[in-house]
Write a protein that binds this ligand. Structure first.
Ligand SMILES: *[C@@H]1O[C@H](CO)[C@@H](O)[C@H](O)[C@H]1NC(C)=O
Length: 152
């Protein structure tokens, strides 16, 4: 027969186990929740490209878009703070690009160029302790040179 002490130890071990499973599970679940959809999936030169973000909670503080493998000030395209009257602030990587951010976390790149190809990342600040992230690879194709001849 198990002693009360043994039963107590067993109980707290189980509690500890479920607590650590929860701790592992929550951040992974939240990372998996954010998704970027490319519209169109294979953009061509001079097409508009929408990077549409799914899975953003109803309330968040701000979001940032980056172009590059690393997310830092030098790769930041823009930051978007929904509470501000002019919510969008362009960053160092914006250059001559024409990008519009939307309150749902999505961004629209006007007249995409092959030089706009790369890894696009979004970081959504839900609160000071929780940031959701997602990234996607974009490749902007040059139109085939003989496109006009083949499709008159
Ligand atoms: C976000 O907003 C843009 C602009 O209104 C829209 O085109 C896009 O479909 C929206 N994306 C989602 C996931 O709702």
């Amino acid at each position: 027969m198990a002693s009360p002490e043994g039963a107590r130890r067993h109980f707290s071990k189980g509690l500890l186990l479920s607590a650590s499973i929860l701790a592992l599970w929550v951040p992974q679940g939240s990372r998996a929740a954010l998704r970027i959809q490319k519209i169109p999936e294979h953009p061509q030169k001079n097409q508009d490209l929408l990077l549409s973000v799914r899975g953003i909670p109803d309330t968040f503080q701000d979001f940032n878009w980056y172009l590059g493998e690393e997310a830092h000030g030098g790769t930041m395209l823009f930051t978007y703070i929904p509470e501000l009257q002019r919510p969008q602030r362009d960053g160092g990587a914006m250059g001559q690009r024409d990008i519009v951010g939307f309150p749902n976390g999505s961004m629209l790149l006007h007249r995409a160029q092959p030089t706009d190809s790369g890894t696009y990342q979004v970081a959504v600040t839900i609160n000071p302790a929780w940031t959701m992230r997602a990234k996607t690879k974009v490749r902007v194709e040059e139109l085939p040179a003989d496109n006009a001849k083949r499709h008159p």
